[in-house]
Design a protein around this ligand. Structure first.
Ligand code: IMP
Ligand code: MG
Length: 185
């Protein structure tokens, strides 16, 4: 059995840096929503967003509800991407909720733009988004995250929920893949 970090190159963002930044983001959310009359609902995309969200919500000092939804992207060509989103019936009506989308990464932004559209059609009291990582240079959609943990360059990264071929989600840091390993697969 290979070790968890087999095939990764350098660490871009350490465990400690992530922990500190998520604490700050949690404090910011607590301030943002603490005087709201609405209920707070954090919505996360599986699978990548689960790791960030589990730390993020534990740093928000407010009563909240958390829901996980599935989004799959089918990229037929490089220029077009279509995204399929399974929204459970329990999220059909979001009136009275401050909805906060919590996600691992905004890359092209196609997924999150679609998620925002769908959630807005359910009439939430407010809608905001927080992402651990943002790759603005890759954007191919109008999506702009409201809160960003770290801006990163156009690199393929793994760890903290992000995968390469379903591996590396369990790394406690964000790392760059070793190209030799990608070729090895
Ligand atoms: P989008 O391109 O912004 O729609 O992102 C779609 C999904 O691609 C993200 O939710 C991630 O699951 C995945 N993704 C984008 N960039 C990376 C990366 O650098 N490493 C691993 N997964 C990524
Ligand atoms: Mg994802």
């Amino acid at each position: 059995m290979k070790k968890a970090d087999y095939g990764v190159k350098n660490i871009l963002i350490s465990e400690e840096q992530i922990r500190e930044r998520i604490k700050e983001m949690g404090r910011e959310m607590t301030e943002l929503y603490k005087n709201s009359e609405n209920k707070l609902l954090v919505i996360t995309l599986l699978k990548g967003g689960a790791v960030f969200t589990s730390d993020f919500i534990r740093n928000i000092d407010l009563q909240l509800r958390v829901e996980f939804i599935k989004a799959s992207s089918y990229k037929g060509t490089e220029s077009t991407g279509t995204v399929k989103i399974d929204l459970p019936e329990s999220l059909n009506n979001l009136e009275g909720y401050d909805v906060l989308i919590s996600e691992d990464i905004a890359d092209t932004g196609v997924t999150l733009a679609k998620v925002e559209d769908i959630l807005l059609s359910r009439n939430p009291a407010s809608l905001k988004s927080a992402v651990l990582l943002n790759k603005p240079s890759r954007r191919r959609s109008p999506f702009v995250p409201d809160y960003v943990g770290f801006e990163i360059p156009d690199l393929f990264v793994v760890g903290f929920g992000l995968d390469y071929c379903e591996k590396y989600r369990n790394l406690p840091y964000i790392a760059e893949m070793d190209e030799n390993y990608i070729n090895e697969e």
